[in-house]
Write a protein that binds this ligand. Structure first.
Ligand code: FAD
Length: 179
């Protein structure tokens, strides 16, 4: 995503004048939407895929208070229902391509997407992070079915089993100690 202070985007006729636009519909973005909408701010949540974020790929979540066990998809859809109930608007399959500002650096933010432009007084980034992948054969196929990137999330699912930690840095050492 490109962020500049130069106004290059043009305003569309619709979807202008949001008080807050949140970029990213994972748990962080959905939480932000619940807060800003409940606070009475006109809120729009933009997500490049469907709401849920990284958790939605998890077959089992056992460390979220209130749920002894829930699949990532189910947790994501409950979060989405909660966002909808606040009145915040959601646009899925809407990737933010660039952000500029009207009137030089002093005007509203203009968020450019393939579905049009949106303007906002404030923008919250909740675009998440990514894991550094090994790019080994089978890695993608078995992610969530034996391959994991988070010991505190998934370690207990492999209790009494032999696990291998790949990596030699601080994070790998911390995960190995935890496991
Ligand atoms: C397989 C797996 C299992 C997991 N299991 C657990 C678990 O059991 N317990 C636990 O606590 N955590 C677990 N996690 C971690 C948890 O999913 C993450 O900590 C959490 O999703 C982070 O939330 P986030 O909202 O910050 O980011 P993300 O979930 O990464 O959400 C960011 C969102 O932003 C969107 N986005 C990015 N760029 C743009 C853009 N330009 N325009 C619009 N949208 C954009 C992305 O599509 C994404 O949906 C797991 C993660 C994975 C991958």
């Amino acid at each position: 995503m490109k962020i500049t202070g130069i106004s290059t985007a043009t305003k569309a006729d619709e979807d202008l004048d949001w008080e807050v636009v949140i970029v990213g519909g994972g748990p962080a973005g959905m939480t932000a939407a619940i807060y800003t909408a409940r606070y009475g701010l006109k809120t729009l949540l933009l997500e490049s895929a469907v709401l849920g974020g990284a958790q939605a790929t998890s077959p089992a979540i056992e460390n979220y208070p209130g749920f002894k066990f829930i699949t990532g998809i189910d947790l994501a859809s409950r979060m989405k229902e909660q966002v909808q109930a606040t009145g915040a608007k959601i646009r899925e399959i809407t990737e933010v391509k660039s952000i500029t500002r009207a009137n030089g650096n002093s005007g509203d933010f203009i968020l450019e997407t393939r579905r049009g432009n949106y303007t906002a007084k404030a923008v919250i980034f909740a675009t998440g992070g990514g894991h550094r992948r090994l790019n080994a054969p089978g890695e993608e196929e078995y992610t969530g079915r034996g391959i994991s990137y988070c010991a505190t999330c998934d370690g207990p699912l492999f209790r009494n089993k032999k696990v291998v930690v790949i990596g030699g840095g601080n994070t790998a050492a911390v995960e190995a100690v935890y496991l």
